[in-house]
Design a protein around this ligand. Structure first.
Ligand SMILES: Cc1cc2nc3c(=O)[nH]c(=O)nc-3n(C[C@H](O)[C@H](O)[C@H](O)COP(=O)(O)OP(=O)(O)OC[C@H]3O[C@@H](n4cnc5c(N)ncnc54)[C@H](O)[C@@H]3O)c2cc1C
Length: 329
């Protein structure tokens, strides 16, 4: 038998979005809890170095995560770690019950989902071991570390095709490794890729293993031709994997409007199609996914929650959330 808790707002996930939402909610004197299945940091904990968060020319992902956690706690947000959220259910009175795997229930009038997403892995030896040491799932984040180097991209859809092209800004040579004899990407992306002299496509091939040099940095990939089963090594210093990304949206019981990939659609206030349910960061349908966009979304979401709760307390739960159009200090 679990315990029941009551909060103004429950925030699911302590990545950059969740911790920023907690910071703003705490500062607004809301009783806020952040429920995190692992440790605070989210994808920051899988990122060696961040070089594009304003104010920090470079900072270790884990150091930025610690700063976010300390800052959220300073303003009164409670972070509960090792708490896996199983389900978020809407009750008849328009509030939410957030259920955890240990049987606890968190009641709140508003929920902010900041549960991020998970890049789909190849599941081959060396992939996890050398993540951050040459294996990456984010071109915009890590591309600059591969200036003038030879790297590989794995995948055949829009993301792999577009990112292979993008990575030639830095890399001298990019091999696109695809398990079929044609790409799934849109025609225009394919044409752009084929016209790029720095890209070579390796067809009908999968990566069986990632291997490293004596310093533990990626140095070659063991490739296998799926039509002949012949294997060979390809010397590269990096491997970018783009075979899909799964948003962690399945925890919400209620139907929430989402895009084709399953990301939650929101309005400009980060509210989903379900009243009182907000989404911020990687879990949200949007153009790009970065730490900056995650914290921007989260700021808006937390302030919108504050306004929604006030309207609800005043007896107007259906009132549109409107801003002052000015600054919040
Ligand atoms: C390898 C890599 C490198 C990157 N490098 C950069 C970079 O250099 N610069 C940059 O700006 N961005 C970078 N990014 C992107 C950036 O990390 C993300 O955009 C950002 O972390 C999104 O924050 P978030 O809070 O939305 O989600 P996340 O960081 O994914 O955090 C979500 C959190 O929710 C938790 N969670 C999920 N489900 C549950 C559940 N059911 N119950 C409880 N907790 C749950 C997770 O454990 C996680 O802690 C990188 C991403 C990757 C994958």
């Amino acid at each position: 038998m679990g315990t029941t808790y009551n909060y103004d707002v429950v925030i699911i996930g302590a990545g950059p979005a969740g911790m920023c939402a907690g910071l703003y909610a705490g500062r607004a004197m809301l009783k806020a809890v952040i429920l995190e299945r692992g440790f605070p940091g989210g994808e920051l904990l899988n990122t060696e170095l961040i070089e594009d968060y304003p104010g920090f020319e470079h900072i270790l992902g884990q150091d930025l995560a610690q700063k976010f956690a300390d800052h959220a706690a300073k303003f009164g947000a409670e972070i509960r770690t090792g708490v896996h959220v199983d389900r978020v259910e809407r009750t008849d009175d328009g509030t939410f019950e957030t259920r955890t795997d240990s049987g606890d229930v968190y009641n709140s009038a508003a929920v902010i989902v900041t549960a991020g997403g998970t890049p789909i892995k190849l599941g081959i030896p060396g992939e996890i071991e050398y993540a951050g040491k040459g294996v990456s799932y984010c071109a915009i984040c890590d591309g600059a570390f591969f200036r003038n180097q030879t790297i590989a991209v794995v995948g055949g859809g829009d993301a792999a095709t577009e990112e292979a092209d993008f990575l030639t800004r830095y890399a001298e040579k990019v091999y696109l490794i695809h398990r079929r004899d044609e790409l799934r990407a849109s025609k225009i992306l394919q044409e752009r890729l084929f016209a790029n002299p720095k890209v070579a496509v390796i067809w009908n091939t999968v990566v069986d293993e990632v291997q490293a040099d004596g310093q533990g940095l990626v140095s070659k990939l063991r490739l296998r031709d799926v039509t002949t089963d012949a294997t060979r090594d390809l010397a590269v210093t990096g491997m970018f994997v783009f075979i899909g990304f799964r948003p962690n949206t399945g925890i919400v019981a209620e139907h929430v409007e989402h895009d084709d990939m399953g990301y939650f659609k929101t309005d400009a206030n980060m509210e989903t199609s379900v009243r009182g349910l907000f989404a911020a960061g990687d879990v949200r349908s949007q153009l790009t996914r970065q730490v900056t966009t995650a914290v921007g979304d989260a700021t808006t979401a937390a302030i919108a929650v504050e306004k929604y709760l006030k309207a609800r307390a005043d007896g107007h739960p259906s009132e549109p959330i409107v801003g002052m159009g000015g600054y919040t200090s």
